[in-house]
Design a protein around this ligand. Sequence first.
Ligand SMILES: [Mn+2]
Length: 357
Amino acid sequence: MTENIPRIREKVRESGADALLITSPQNRFYATGFPSSAGEIIVTADEAVLYIDSRYFEEARSRIKTARVEQLVNRAKSFEVMGEFLKKTGARTLAVEEMSLSHGQYTVYEKNLPVELVPGQHLMSELRAVKSPEELELLKNAQAVASRSFLELIPRISRDMSERDVATELLCLMLRNGADDKAFDTISVNAEHSSSPHGHPDGRKLKNGFLTIDFGACVAGYNSDTTRTLCIGEPTAEMERVYNTVLKAQLAVIDAARPGVAGKDLDGLARRIIAEAGYDGYFSHSLSHGLGIDVHESPYCSTASRDVLCRGNVISDEPGIYITGKFGVRIEDCIYITDSGCENLCHLPKELQVILA
Ligand SMILES: [Mn+2]
């Protein structure tokens, strides 16, 4: 796993920040390639120090090459050591992850460090939004595990199973195929329940209607995110019309996604296709989010988004139509933004697939 400390130091230098404090497990992992449940990293333009306790210290010191690793004994001592380091660098402000620190944690840092805390969340989210070639490989690998598992799942689905059974079976397949964990709780919703975009799978037996499955694998710290909507029994004309509308919007986004496109315009494109088919107002969530170490990260494509796509982004493309009391359809792939367009990370078929008819 790559250490991204050099990229972070460069970002700190470019932004003019005095120093950056990394506190979240995700950003710590991104920085060091080393998973840990605790620890803090201070990064300046010239150096980086990881403060970590005895549970991780030896392994961290032997594996991490781009940051100095210091063992921490207790909280009071850690503030003293971090404070001394900050003084030595001449830092007067410290950029922090203001969106993930609790109010309590923020207050403790503010009280115990000899610097002014300033917002720094955007530094890490901007960096993480642009994937390195190695990160792209990790994302493709997670997607491959999830896709293989889904293909193995389809012939195992039977009318004896519940939504929850489908989710459990898929999790077993993903773990057997090499996932370290699921990326998030699988959504498996059938018939009228499929009108809940993030419905919780229940214990009732499957019946005729759509079966929407939104699932992901986490492999080596990187996630996949995919949705397919299958049809149990033959679809009605309305079901086919809704499915094909969502598919048309989903494919149009793949055609349009490229560097320089605004997130809100991509969202608007899908929304317009759905509205023109007569389903204005039935696409009730945003089109897209970035994906990586977190399942939801920058950039975002929504009606309110101010993000503009650039090469290296990996984003979801997941329009849907949800008709309360009837059914819902969502189709989702994750795509990588290339120099001139995008590459779909997911190769699962998308035509309406009828099962158990
Ligand atoms: Mn998604």
